[in-house]
Design a protein around this ligand. Sequence first.
Ligand SMILES: Cc1cc2nc3c(=O)[nH]c(=O)nc-3n(C[C@H](O)[C@H](O)[C@H](O)COP(=O)(O)OP(=O)(O)OC[C@H]3O[C@@H](n4cnc5c(N)ncnc54)[C@H](O)[C@@H]3O)c2cc1C
Length: 293
Amino acid sequence: MKPPAFTHHPCRTVDEAVGLLDSASDDSKVISGGQSLVPMMNLRLANPAHLVDLNGIPGLDGIEVGDRTLTVGATARQHDVERSAHVTTAAPLLAAALKHVGHPQIRNRGTVVGSLCHADPAAEMPAVFLTLGGHVSAQSPSGTRTIAAEDFFDSYLTTALEPNEIATAVTFDTPNGSSGWYFEEVARRHGDFAIIGIVALLTLAGGVVSDARLTVFGGAATPVRIPAAEQLLVGVAAADVDADLLARAAAETSAALRPSDDIHASGDYRRHVAGVLTTRGLRTSLERAVAGS
Ligand SMILES: Cc1cc2nc3c(=O)[nH]c(=O)nc-3n(C[C@H](O)[C@H](O)[C@H](O)COP(=O)(O)OP(=O)(O)OC[C@H]3O[C@@H](n4cnc5c(N)ncnc54)[C@H](O)[C@@H]3O)c2cc1C
């Protein structure tokens, strides 16, 4: 199927892109990799008259490591991020999760920032961003601002970005050496969107869990952290994290979710699997944290 007619605006600067977007923000869309937007246009689920194309803007495709941060520019391809030595060292969780985003052909074109802006609740990148923490850098005619990970996702396919705002980069906080992570999703086939998935990150200080983060995706309109499960772990010595504690964390995860039924799975199935993945994710994260500290 072909998309409806539109005008393509290849931009050379962010200011030009922001100006174009602002001039017709009700009827314009930013295009980065086009791997979500173009299928939606082909299916007539999106019908923008103007496409503001970021791909010709020099300097937007950087992948840079800072002090406990990793910054990925708006046009950096998922494939390049996945293969970057900076990423596999500073944020191996991000590299591992990217392997589940569609297929290599999709990742050759799709961008990490585009995936965050698209905000599909079953997508991998939003859940990784929420778990690692960090911020999106955004630019509009009013200037620049940053939006923290916990404030970025509003609802299904909806973010805190204004209609005339462009995300220029995402900065992930990167964990220290005493952290262990886990990523797993259940999907019908490798490369499909998740029916349900989990991201975990545990940090140890002196053999005690000092920080616990657990995010479920595919179970609500946005990825969600599970504070009740996280709090069970914080302050507990690694040696004291036993099957009973993990089972309690799993129960908290299942109880926190109200997923609906759809053609892929029932809400009850998603709740049950989220609990199973919680146990597995926390146990493996802890083992990795112990091995690294
Ligand atoms: C067959 C297939 C399978 C896929 N499987 C998966 C999967 O398993 N998991 C997954 O997460 N994704 C999957 N995708 C989607 C893919 O990962 C997309 O690349 C990603 O969701 C969006 O990135 P993009 O750069 O292509 O964004 P685009 O398609 O260009 O844009 C997506 C949306 O974000 C907005 N946007 C993009 N960039 C910006 C910006 N810098 N500032 C403001 N707004 C912006 C656009 O206006 C649009 O609304 C799949 C796609 C296909 C075609």
